[in-house]
Ligand binder design. Structure first.
Ligand code: ATP
Ligand code: MG
Length: 254
């Protein structure tokens, strides 16, 4: 048991969820490593939702509310960390959920589908009947009713190649990725540089308080390059400040 008073409580709890998901066969080996990469960037950001994240989250919700067919793509890590929250978000914005794995095995697909069913939600992806062009077989598999025909897709913790393939299909792609330098972050239409669980919770709050008229206003003038630049600027300033504090503590500052 991790005591609530532990300074790294939140972070350690997320780790526990990933480990639990791995033991259940939901998270892949590579998912453990991907989580570590995310943790690193969250440490640099300061483990909170900054303005650049909140702005992207709000516009993302607006885009999904206005979509004809919005789909949230889930993988092992997303399921282990935030299945309940993803369901709540989907219900609030009228989106479908589809399982799609980088390391696809039928067993893991089944376990993820079952995990969502246990929480009361039927999701797509167990019986794919379409393919995303220009991706190798198993990663390309998707469903006609879901990702294949979606106009807006939310792909949290996604791989760069698939993000590009979805953009090439003409879809509006939203990602949640703590690494603003990843190919996914750089390729998506909206990049939410925030931790998955925090991001989805913020998005649920935005969704509960937004109507269609407000959504139409929100999507105007959004610029993803500005958002990415702001996130890098934030990390840079934070590191500069921390470095200055250390220099003054050591008496080195001139
Ligand atoms: P890309 O293929 O886009 O260049 P990558 O190969 O560096 O990215 P992947 O393993 O494909 O990385 O994708 C995982 C991404 O998800 C990483 O960029 C990581 O920072 C991010 N990530 C991991 N855990 C979380 C989390 N809990 N919340 C948000 N982002 C996360
Ligand atoms: Mg990748």
């Amino acid at each position: 048991m991790i005591p609530k008073s532990h300074p790294r409580y939140e972070s350690l709890m997320k780790r526990e969820k990933i480990i639990e998901g791995f033991k259940k066969g939901i998270v892949a080996h590579a998912g453990l490593i991907a989580h570590g990469r995310g943790e690193t960037f969250d440490y640099l950001i300061g483990e909170r939702s900054e303005d650049f994240a909140l702005e992207a989250e709000k516009v993302a919700v607006a885009k999904m509310l206005l979509a004809k067919n919005a789909v949230i793509s889930v993988n092992g890590n997303v399921t282990a960390l935030a299945a309940k929250e993803v369901i709540e978000l989907a219900d609030n914005i009228g989106a479908k959920i589809e399982v799609n794995l980088f390391y696809r095995t039928e067993e893991r697909i089944k376990k993820i589908v079952e995990e969502f069913r246990r929480l009361g939600k039927d999701i797509l992806g167990e019986e794919p009947d379409a393919k995303i062009p220009n991706l190798e077989h198993s990663r390309a598999l998707c469903t006609k009713d879901g990702i294949y025909s979606a106009d807006v897709v939310l792909v949290p913790l996604e791989d760069g190649d698939r993000t590009k393939a979805l953009r090439d299909m003409g879809k509006f792609v939203i990602t949640i990725d703590l690494n603003p330098l990843s190919r996914t972050a750089q390729t998506a239409n909206i990049t939410i540089v925030d931790e998955l669980t925090r991001a989805v919770k913020n998005m649920i709050d935005f969704a509960k308080n937004m109507n269609v008229e407000e959504a139409k206003k929100e999507v105007e003038g959004y610029n993803n390059y500005t958002i990415l630049a702001k996130s890098l600027e934030h990390i840079k300033k934070r590191l500069e400040n921390l470095s200055m504090e250390l220099q003054s503590s050591s008496g080195l500052k001139t």
